[in-house]
Design a protein around this ligand. Sequence first.
Ligand code: HEC
Ligand code: HEC
Ligand code: HEC
Ligand code: HEC
Length: 452
Amino acid sequence: MQGAVLAALAGLGGTVPPVASAPAPRQVQPEAPAVILTFTGAVHGFLDVCGCPTFPLGGLARRAGQMSAFQRRWPGAAALSVDAGDFSDFPGPGGEVKTRALVEAMNEFGYRAAGIGPRDLALGPAVLAELRATARFPFLSSNLVRSATGTAWLPASHIVETGGLRIGIVAALRHDPLANWPLPDGTSLVTVDPIPAVARAMKGLAGRTDAVVLLASMPLEDARLVARRVPGIDLVIGSHGGTEMLAPVAEGTARLLYLEDEGKYLGLASFFRPTRPGARPTLQIARYALGEEVTADARWEAYTVEAMARAQQADDASRLPPPPPAESRFAGVGACAGCHLSIVEQWAKTPHAAAWKTLVRGDKRAQASCIPCHVTGHGEPGGFLDERATPHLVGVGCEACHGPAAGHLADPARPYGKTGLASCTSCHTAEMDPTFNYYQDRQRVMHGDAAP
Ligand code: HEC
Ligand code: HEC
Ligand code: HEC
Ligand code: HEC
């Protein structure tokens, strides 16, 4: 009943490519599966329900809820989870926070392997290495190699023994001859044809597994080709942005299922112990929409809210302008008096020194457009912000004409502060001061007899 509802709901998700439905297994099946393997793919760092306006699906809290529902339904079955790759969000501070939080969640959910896709590689080798260190499950790829040596960068496969079955897991990503991911040592990672790579990995598993799952971060047609050419694969779990299938399709010895991206669906492969000795376990494959009818797990809901807030903070922090270099900070007139006292005293009697008072007297403080020419260093790094934050920079101070003095204070012997026409005309514009005459007016602001 619930399955039918879910299947019907699942159909509302979007356009579904026409797929041939897989033949139903003929064998009589034991009551309960020996192993339940849940799977995801192309999650793209989604921790929360997708923002889809019509039918929001997915999220860690519902994933956790659905996983416990499976475990309650088949308490005797061994549970494990795998991800087909492209689990990562975009590179960048917020995306990396989310990807880290996702990998932590995968640890807790009992993930036993993840394939690696181009989105994961886009994080760069440093972040990927850090994620690999945090993950309590291996990252796999049979066809990601070092360009210089052709040697594999990740393990090609992994065997999980659980519920009395040995499940081999192999991974491969789309072969893109143009793709190239630089490594810190100056070499880089490239892809090779997945067909021979997967065939080699299968040879390595020969005789050591009861069933084999391929994690395929590639388009459906590429994965079909692999399944057709490489015998012995039982299940292909696909991840490739946007590919969605209502039911698995058969190819070679395998059945393939792609879940739509952003973690909207959870796949379930139930392995039943073989009824005859020597036979392969039989397999039932389905996908479950993580819609609002799935009970969300409260703990993971809280986890999601917290991680999303951290991601937001990381993004906000990265958008703040970088702190100005020490050289370019404005010091204010007070910092000059120690060495240029007479100039400071002379300046203090000029209209420039009074420029803020002039403005405030007219009570034009609220008018932001007036401020730039009546203060020091407005709009420049380390310059005037507002009266409270930078009280030393109100009025047209020394540095409005001579430039930020922090470097000069650190080393007065270095050349500093030559003025020119441009020192005046940012404020003495044709509009504000149509009678401005640089050569005459400059005489009026030079410090004259005031000794340095
Ligand atoms: C520690 C002492 C000291 C302080 C403080 C100081 N200066 Fe100077 N400044 C000097 C010395 C010494 C010279 C002269 C260098 C020379 O004559 O070659 C100088 C020269 C200058 C010159 C002329 C440079 C030139 O080549 O003509 C300007 C302009 C100047 N200072 C501005 C300032 C301003 C503005 C401040 C405050 C923000 C300031 N100084 C603070 C020591 C100081
Ligand atoms: C940051 C803006 C700013 C810069 C830079 C600036 N001024 Fe001014 N200047 C003003 C403002 C504002 C006033 C009017 C102040 C007041 O009356 O309150 C003023 C007033 C003056 C006056 C006095 C006008 C009068 O009628 O008494 C002279 C002369 C002058 N500036 C010349 C210069 C020269 C020459 C330069 C360049 C070497 C210069 N200023 C750079 C903003 C600036
Ligand atoms: C582009 C720079 C600039 C802006 C913006 C600016 N001022 Fe000024 N302001 C000046 C300069 C330069 C002077 C000196 C002009 C002069 O001496 O003729 C000045 C002079 C003044 C004076 C003194 C006039 C006097 O006769 O003594 C007042 C008052 C004043 N500004 C108010 C304002 C107000 C209010 C605003 C916002 C509406 C404003 N300013 C925006 C550059 C500016
Ligand atoms: C309105 C622009 C302006 C302001 C404001 C200003 N100066 Fe100057 N200053 C000049 C000009 C123009 C010269 C002439 C030399 C040049 O062109 O650099 C000069 C020259 C100097 C010199 C070189 C010695 C001299 O007398 O020629 C020093 C030192 C100096 N200023 C310090 C200061 C200090 C300290 C302040 C603040 C208390 C200040 N200035 C404010 C425009 C300004």
